[in-house]
Ligand binder design. Structure first.
Ligand SMILES: Nc1ncnc2c1ncn2[C@@H]1O[C@H](COP(=O)(O)OP(=O)(O)OP(=O)(O)O)[C@@H](O)[C@H]1O
Length: 249
């Protein structure tokens, strides 16, 4: 018996004008697995996540969430499908006009109908998971350092106990200690809560910690996929370049 993938991109093509970004992308992640999506800058990693979130439409292909094609859903169906997804955007993407706790609790209040008092409590709890003190809850994003904003964005991603998590560069800009804590937290969500995770990262140490599997996106397709323990023996030149940090030339 084959298990339905939690999330699968099948035959996805996406271009912007004359620029072909994704060219028949096939990628599937089984429930409860954590995959790191690697690739050189500008290869379409963020676009791949945006397609899965319905923020962009593919030119061809399907994005299957629990086996259901989300690219052809109505707005209302799409909103229901995406209830269980948590996302950390590059740079945090917080609303400047809202205090941190309301940023974290945004979906609880606006989509899930949770009362403000309970939403605040859950936001503070999520903040503590990402090592932000309760006092931070009432500050505004502009009063936080870049690393703190990132952690607040992460708290927002995990607050609704999602079953699928997307992380776009979760540790970029963080000091190694905080990055380590964030990696452990992501790992913990997958291991103890059974979440499925797809993370974009350039940080190979992070990829090894958070991911069961890694996939390399290049020229619009997955050119290598393997387990973290297979990385050091991979013979794909691009994977080798990522592992050694040396250029391919
Ligand atoms: N809305 C858009 N309109 C036009 N071009 C876009 C749009 N979104 C992305 N692109 C282009 O698609 C390509 C892939 O972008 P994407 O952000 O997915 O790359 P990436 O692999 O995530 O890169 P990085 O690692 O630098 O974040 C880039 O050339 C980018 O300019």
């Amino acid at each position: 018996m084959t298990t339905t993938a939690k999330i699968a991109w099948t035959g996805i093509s996406k271009r912007f004008g004359a620029q072909v970004v994704l060219d028949g992308l096939d990628l599937a992640v089984a429930p409860g697995r954590s995959l790191a999506l690697l690739g050189r800058s500008g290869q379409g990693k963020s676009v791949t996540l945006k397609l899965a979130l319905g923020l962009m439409k593919p030119d061809a292909g399907q994005v299957l969430l629990d086996g259901v094609d989300v690219t052809r859903q109505s707005e209302a169906e799409r909103r229901a499908s995406f209830r269980g997804i948590g996302m950390l955007f590059q740079g945090g993407a917080l609303f400047d006009s809202l205090p941190v706790w309301e940023n974290v609790a945004f979906r609880l209040i606006n989509a899930d109908g949770v009362g403000r008092a309970e939403a605040r409590e859950r936001a503070v709890e999520a903040l503590s998971l990402v090592k932000l003190a309760p006092e931070v809850a009432d500050r505004y994003p502009s009063e936080l350092s870049g690393g703190m904003q990132k952690r607040a964005g992460l708290a927002r991603a995990i607050v609704g106990t999602p079953s699928l998590l997307f992380f776009d560069e979760p540790t970029t800009g963080l000091d190694p200690i905080t990055a380590g804590a964030i990696n452990e937290l992501i790992r913990d969500r997958v291991t103890s809560l059974g979440c499925t995770a797809v993370s974009i990262t350039h940080d190979m140490a992070s990829a090894r910690t958070i991911a069961d599997e890694l996939a390399m996106l290049d020229n619009g397709r997955i050119v290598w996929r393997g387990r973290a323990d297979e990385l050091d023996h991979a013979d794909h030149p691009l994977v080798r370049a990522f592992v050694t940090g040396q250029s391919m030339e």
